[in-house]
Design a protein around this ligand. Structure first.
Ligand code: MG
Length: 181
């Protein structure tokens, strides 16, 4: 099978260090639980878009982005059995550090053959796609799994339209796709 995984907040915890970095840089007091909308500016009303995204452009920032323990355990299991792709809508200013200082560091079995930089993920032919952004799942030709996050819970009442399953982590994803261990 071909399985497509989103990177940010599916394999690695981006939002927590991002929020911490913004708090320490700009003196705000936001917690990752406060991010309940896709629009980060709603949680950081005093900051500009440029300020919010500028921290991601610093290569050192990606050293602080850590993988989820379930991703560390289960992505290799998927890799051994299937064709897997990491599809990310990364900005050209972040892609080098994001891939080399974060993705390859934590998932060293991945290579360029596994990485797709793309915004419109509905173009990807796949059997399954896993993402925390329901908009990326809406038109996918594959079966769809949404990773539960505070910022996508407002979509839950539109489940079945945007995605088929909502789960917490890659262990749950594995149980759905493989039917358990
Ligand atoms: Mg994501």
């Amino acid at each position: 099978m071909v399985i497509v995984f989103d990177m940010d907040d599916v394999l690695v915890d981006l939002i927590e260090p991002w929020v911490q970095e913004l708090n320490s840089k700009y003196g705000t007091h936001v917690s990752w639980n406060d991010i309940t909308q896709w629009d980060m500016k709603i949680a950081f009303p005093t900051l500009t878009w440029e300020q919010i995204f500028s921290v991601l452009y610093e290569p050192e920032f990606w050293d602080k982005v850590q993988p989820y323990k379930e991703a560390l355990e289960y992505l290799p299991k998927f890799y051994k059995k299937h064709k897997i792709y990491i599809a990310t809508a990364a900005h050209t200013k972040t892609i080098d550090a994001k891939i080399n200082r974060c993705l390859y560091k934590h998932f060293p079995f991945l290579t360029e053959d596994n990485i797709i930089m793309i915004r419109d993920k509905s173009l990807l032919c796949c059997d399954w796609i896993i993402d925390d952004n329901p908009e990326n799942l809406l038109l996918s030709p594959g079966q769809t799994i949404c990773i539960d996050k505070p910022w996508n819970r407002s979509y839950e009442n539109r489940k079945q339209t945007y995605y088929e399953y909502r789960v917490n982590n890659l262990k749950d994803v594995y149980n759905i796709i493989e039917g358990g261990e």
